[in-house]
Design a protein around this ligand. Sequence first.
Ligand code: THU
Length: 127
Amino acid sequence: MVSYEELIEKAKEASLNAYAPYSNFKVGACVLTDKGNIYQGCNFENASYGLSICAERNAIGTAVANGETKIKAIAIYSPNMYNCTPCGACRQVISEFKTDETVVITVAGNEIITNSIEELLPGGFTL
Ligand code: THU
């Protein structure tokens, strides 16, 4: 079983590929699926600012493209922020693919922080 620290390392690695020429705010994410596979993502921005895609949704989209829709854990890292947590839109998207054990992993200095999606998105919308 891959550790939380290893998932943060993979998120950190992905943040190196962030394409963020407008905000200069780089983010990396790493999804661990129920099958034990990992998928990395970084944010990528656009001259039409609103089209920018967050690292979390990029990683989740890659998991889905590989036929995986159950997130066991997702790690998020930004070199630009102490404890970078997912934005509201990404919380909703993580929620779509959550399981009973989904853990959101972030990092505050040397400390690994874990939260459930219910803690991050109380009362989230579902159909
Ligand atoms: N961003 C992410 O990739 N994930 C987050 O959780 C927060 C924000 C990106 C979007 C944009 O490219 C940049 O960070 C600044 O908002």
